[in-house]
Ligand binder design. Structure first.
Ligand SMILES: *[C@@H]1O[C@H](CO)[C@@H](O)[C@H](O)[C@H]1NC(C)=O
Ligand SMILES: *[C@@H]1O[C@H](CO)[C@@H](O)[C@H](O)[C@H]1NC(C)=O
Ligand SMILES: *[C@@H]1O[C@H](CO)[C@@H](O)[C@H](O)[C@H]1NC(C)=O
Ligand SMILES: *[C@@H]1O[C@H](CO)[C@@H](O)[C@H](O)[C@H]1NC(C)=O
Ligand SMILES: *[C@@H]1O[C@H](CO)[C@@H](O)[C@H](O)[C@H]1NC(C)=O
Ligand SMILES: *[C@@H]1O[C@H](CO)[C@@H](O)[C@H](O)[C@H]1NC(C)=O
Ligand SMILES: *[C@@H]1O[C@H](CO)[C@@H](O)[C@H](O)[C@H]1NC(C)=O
Ligand SMILES: *[C@@H]1O[C@H](CO)[C@@H](O)[C@H](O)[C@H]1NC(C)=O
Ligand SMILES: CC(=O)N[C@H]1CO[C@H](CO)[C@@H](O)[C@@H]1O
Length: 479
């Protein structure tokens, strides 16, 4: 098999050489590769593909006429050097990672590497691999992007030696099994970094209290889905370019530092599912570019009526304040957030009434106010309930009722009773329907499912619209 490939390659080589000599571009064709560079590449790949793999036989000219899927090269002073390694099952003919794949030391001899990516390659949990190496500094001048993604057999620490890669612009270590210890302080040396994503591992310990001090170019910081503890450090406020900050699904506690309010370019703030208490209103105050604020499931507290200019957040599309132990009333100024698509205030201690003006927001798509202590009448037009279906949730507010202007029982807010003064000519089908619905509701309140993705929540139109219609139909049949 290999021999066949090699002869084919040789044949092609001869063919192409003669072709190129016709158009007289022999420089490109015959550009050589240092023997050490070629051997280092073959040895590095053998560490990944397995010892049985004979690279020098299969790919005698890896930057020329026997290219390797996932390996790219560039010319430096007339010589080929490897610049990009993309390893993992991306294409049909990608190199296949061995069960005992490991990072071979020869990798660090490829001194022109600008980008390394391993996707779904280190997958054996019996024979796990690690990132540990003293040699990372050898790639310090060249490496711009380093990515390990979905390698469930990649364990151990994030080595502090990664801090020597001072030209790095992107460090992505997502969904591996890195589990041993903390985020190294040395990552703060990576002052060229634009993206730092360590999401979906089992990192523990605090976020280093200096993180951010030197990362003034960082655009994306994603530490979500780990087991990080302790406070959100004030140093994060120094990352003035930051666009996205995702610390969700950790065990962070303490109050949010005021310093975050200096993140004027931030568009996404996701702190869902932590134990953070307080400081959110102050932090939001300066985030004038913010589009998505996701804070649900924290003991944040705070009063919605506290002085806060909601109107300054003109680009806000998504506001998830569910289950934050918030008190106070829904401020009228929230109805001035013209771009709002998703608003969740459910599972709090909010009192007072609900402004019908939310229905006038041009993009409003989900409004969750269930499980509070709201009172008074819901005065939304019937068309609003029809449009929203289950994405309007107001149940479990014992003192809330709705005002329907007609007898039609077509579109009503689920789990909300009709106001007393309207009940005379009211057919009681809906309250029966509502009662049954209440039982199912607690289990699955519609909520945004994933990080920062546009907050279109799950639609369950059919049941909402069909169930009441069916009840009316059955009722008529019984008559
Ligand atoms: C690889 O193939 C070459 C050429 O066929 C041969 O000389 C060499 O011994 C082989 N190396 C290994 C490790 O099998
Ligand atoms: C914030 O964004 C604006 C517009 O994109 C840009 O001009 C400015 O440099 C950014 N600020 C920082 C501190 O990066
Ligand atoms: C935060 O959690 C740590 C343990 O992880 C605890 O020692 C500390 O007291 C907590 N701080 C606050 C403010 O709750
Ligand atoms: C709001 O968004 C628009 C574009 O959608 C943008 O031009 C504008 O700069 C944003 N405003 C702020 C304060 O970020
Ligand atoms: C509400 O948030 C708390 C943490 O503040 C959490 O323990 C609880 O499970 C959350 N409740 C729901 C219904 O998600
Ligand atoms: C809800 O509000 C009513 C008055 O508006 C009050 O009597 C009641 O105690 C409140 N319930 C809760 C659980 O806060
Ligand atoms: C109920 O709503 C209608 C508009 O739908 C309004 O005209 C009427 O005044 C409301 N009733 C009360 C008691 O507020
Ligand atoms: C509640 O859920 C059960 C099982 O999922 C279903 O059979 C039942 O029809 C549901 N009730 C209502 C009112 O939707
Ligand atoms: C505070 C909180 O809601 N914690 C939850 C975060 O998410 C994990 C897993 O999804 C749960 O186990 C926690 O209870």
């Amino acid at each position: 098999m290999g021999g066949f490939k090699a002869t084919t390659a040789l044949f092609m080589l001869t063919l192409c050489k003669s072709f190129f000599s016709v158009v007289s571009e022999p420089d490109v064709v015959t550009a050589p590769m240092e023997r050490t560079e070629q051997e280092a590449l073959h040895a590095a790949l053998r560490g990944i593909v397995g010892n049985g793999w004979n690279g020098s036989e299969l790919y005698p000219d890896p930057c020329g006429w026997t290219p390797i899927q996932g390996v790219s090269c560039d010319l430096f002073e007339g010589m080929w050097y490897v610049t990009v390694l993309n390893i993992g099952p991306i294409y049909d003919n990608s190199l296949e990672c061995a069960n005992d794949a490991k990072l071979d030391e020869h990798l660090f001899e490829l001194k022109h590497l600008t980008s390394i990516s391993f996707f779904n390659c280190f997958t054996s949990t019996d024979r796990p691999a690690t990132l540990a190496s003293d040699n990372w500094n050898k790639l310090a001048t060249s490496l711009r992007a380093l990515e390990f993604r979905s390698n469930r057999g990649l364990i151990g620490t994030i080595p502090s030696t990664l801090g020597s890669l001072t030209n790095l612009e992107s460090l992505v270590l997502i969904e591996n099994a890195l589990n041993n210890g903390e985020i190294p302080r040395e990552l703060d040396n990576l002052f060229n970094l634009k993206r730092l994503s360590l999401a979906g591992n089992s990192l523990s310990g605090p976020i280093p209290s200096t993180l951010g001090n030197s990362l003034s170019n960082l655009l994306i910081l994603d530490l979500s889905r780990n087991s990080l503890t302790g406070p959100v450090p004030p140093s994060l406020g120094n990352m003035h370019s930051l666009l996205k900050l995702d610390l969700s699904y950790n065990c962070l506690n303490g109050t949010l530092p005021n310093e975050l309010s200096t993140l004027r370019n931030l568009t996404l703030l996701d702190l869902r599912n932590n134990s953070i208490c307080g400081g959110w209103l102050q932090a939001l105050q300066g985030m004038v570019s913010i589009q998505e604020v996701l804070l649900s499931n924290n003991p944040m507290g705070g009063n919605l009526m506290a002085f806060f200019e909601w109107k300054i957040l003109i680009n806000l599309t998504t506001l998830d304040l569910s289950n934050l132990s918030i008190t106070g009333e829904i401020p009228e100024s929230m109805t001035g957030l013209r771009r709002l698509r998703f608003l969740a205030l459910d599972n709090n201690y909010i009192t007072g009434s609900v402004s019908a003006e939310f229905a006038d927001l041009p993009c409003i798509n989900s409004l969750h106010i269930s499980s509070n202590n709201l009172t008074g009448e819901l005065r939304f037009p019937e068309g609003f309930y029809k449009k929203m279906g289950r994405r309007f949730a107001a149940w479990n507010n014992p003192n809330l009722c709705y005002n329907a202007s007609s007898k039609s029982a077509g579109y009503v807010p689920l789990g909300v009773d009709k106001c007393e003064h309207e009940k005379e000519n009211y057919i009681s089908i809906t309250s029966e329907e509502n009662k049954r619905d209440k039982e199912n509701r607690t289990a699955n309140s519609d909520r945004i499912a994933s990080v920062g993705r546009s907050a279109a929540s799950i639609t369950r139109f059919k049941r909402v619209i069909l169930a009441p219609l069916l009840s009316v139909f059955l009722f008529v049949m019984l008559l």
